[in-house]
Design a protein around this ligand. Structure first.
Ligand code: ADP
Ligand code: MG
Length: 478
């Protein structure tokens, strides 16, 4: 029997508001436990929540970016359950009338083709507190700072068919929310996390199999591993004659396994009802029109432009649009260097990103500015220096020795294009290696590389390789 996996993701993006969704308490990360939860976040008797408009604006911005239906009227509902990190006894969320309705997101598959994934809905809700198990032996600590932090829960259709697709989808959303500046995307701090619903079915079957929901996935690597594990576990059970129970499972990254946490609750277990303390949210077209004006160029559009008008290959474009900062950096390099975009892309992706990764630095803190890198690429393009020497200049720029021109001047790295001088070097080398010269003359083309190498070495890399090639041919075959 051939099996196919079906996956739907519920992604929680913490909205980057300064204050909570229904109170004025701060959302800043890392404060002393229980110093940032106010009476509203804790649901004390007599308090009244007030909706943070900024959270609605961010949800609407997201909705516009994925071309979703945005509800003219949405409603907050209470989702009732008991848990130590939820002293209110209910989470204020949205149920049947979410702010953002159906939309789509396109992912790139391994073979380069695109696949559209449906977004079912994206609703606003508040986060709960956090249980702390590590520092308390035999007890659990509760930190309620996170209670009331605004979340956008983005729910996908069950249309992802592999762990790879699930990760591609999640990465795509991760990039998008940061472009929109509605979420900082920090996965370690829990600002962007995911629950994966996984089921399997025989290939060709229309109905969905029974799913398990895997929680606690806070890195792309874990998501991929957890989903693959879950798929294998389910197939093994079914092939062994068992059945899958609908349940919530927890991924344990230390043991690299999923284990059952609780049987899956149904919506009606939560006794949802409209929150009597909050008015419905009414969104008018003019409000959306204003927000639409604030949308940046979105990653897909940028990628298309990089391919179609700048002439980049799809994979280079994909890397460059992975963050707004990287894309802006690249475009500044192109402008400052006036060099072909492909050379610029190569320098940004290979040298710059490579150096940033090595030193674990963000592009916003890059020791080499985009203007500086542009200045370097310009000198490659106008043949002042070779690509090889440019790497040396880049390292000096990285070390803070100044602009490309300053370094080229100070270290005397200018390419030698004086053909007389190069010819003299060539003559010398041919004289030193008569046998190799004879081989080259009699058709052993590989010897060309040997001679170019020798000349470059003799000139400390400062000769222009193309020129050396040309002059060598002239000398050998003259
Ligand atoms: P709940 O809110 O109870 O978790 P939903 O019906 O809202 O349930 O679905 C949550 C997620 O589960 C969605 O992303 C959806 O695509 C996915 N999903 C639903 N059924 C299946 C299934 N049989 N297999 C895989 N994913 C599923
Ligand atoms: Mg769920």
């Amino acid at each position: 029997m051939q099996w196919e996996a079906v996956i739907g993701l519920e992604i929680h993006a913490q909205l980057a508001t300064k204050s909570k969704i229904f109170s004025g308490a701060s959302t800043a990360y890392g404060a002393e436990p229980n110093t940032q939860a106010c009476a509203v976040d804790l649901g004390f008797p007599g308090v009244l929540p007030v909706l943070n408009e900024e959270a609605v604006r961010m949800a609407a911005k997201f909705g516009l970016a994925i071309k979703a239906e945005i509800a003219p009227r949405s409603v907050f509902a209470r989702k009732n359950y008991f848990y130590p990190d939820l002293p209110k006894g209910y989470q204020t969320s949205q149920f049947d009338l979410p702010t953002v309705g159906k939309g789509t997101l396109e992912i790139t598959l391994q073979d380069g083709t695109l696949k559209r994934i449906g977004v079912t809905r994206a609703h606003l809700e508040e986060d709960a507190g956090k249980s702390l198990h590590e520092d308390f032996h035999g007890m659990t600590g509760i930190d309620l700072n996170r209670a009331g932090t605004p979340l956008l829960e983005i729910v996908s259709e069950p249309e992802l068919s592999s762990a790879y697709e699930a990760v591609a989808y999640m990465k795509k959303l991760h990039i998008l929310v940061r472009y929109l500046e509605i979420c900082d995307g920090n996965m370690q701090e829990g600002s962007f996390r995911c629950d994966a619903n996984v089921s399997v079915r025989p290939v060709g079957q229309k109905e969905l199999g029974t799913r398990a929901e895997v929680k606690n996935l806070n890195s792309f690597r874990f998501i991929e591993r957890a989903i693959n594990h879950e798929i294998e576990r389910q197939i093994e059970i079914i092939e062994g004659g068992g059945t899958i129970v609908q349940e919530t499972r927890l991924y344990d990254s230390d043991k690299d396994e999923t284990r059952s946490m609780r049987s899956k609750e149904e919506a009606n277990d939560y006794r949802y009802f409209p929150c009597p303390d909050l008015l419905p949210v009414v969104i008018e077209q003019c409000y959306l029109d204003e927000i639409a004006k604030t949308l940046p160029e979105l990653p897909d559009v940028k990628k298309k432009r990089f391919i179609e008008t700048i002439g980049l290959k799809a994979d280079a474009a994909e890397v460059l649009v992975s963050s707004r900062e990287l894309a802006d950096y690249f475009e500044t390099v192109v402008k400052a260097s006036a060099a072909p975009a492909k050379i610029c892309a190569n320098w940004v992706i290979v040298e710059l990103v490579g150096a940033l990764n090595k030193s674990a630095q963000e592009i916003t803190a890059s020791p080499v500015t985009a203007e500086q890198l542009g200045g370097l690429v310009k000198r490659i393009a106008d043949n002042t220096i070779s690509g090889k020497i440019a790497k040396q200049v880049f390292a000096a720029m990285w070390a803070g020795e100044g602009d490309a021109d300053t370094i080229i001047e100070a270290k005397d790295l200018k390419q030698n294009t004086d053909s007389g001088a190069i010819e003299a070097v060539i003559d010398e080398i041919i004289a030193k290696h008569p046998q190799q010269a004879e081989e080259l003359r009699s058709g052993k083309d590989k010897m060309m590389g040997f001679f170019v190498g020798q000349v470059m070495k003799a000139t400390q890399g400062k000769a222009n390789p193309a020129q050396v090639n040309q002059l060598l041919k002239k000398k050998i075959f003259a």
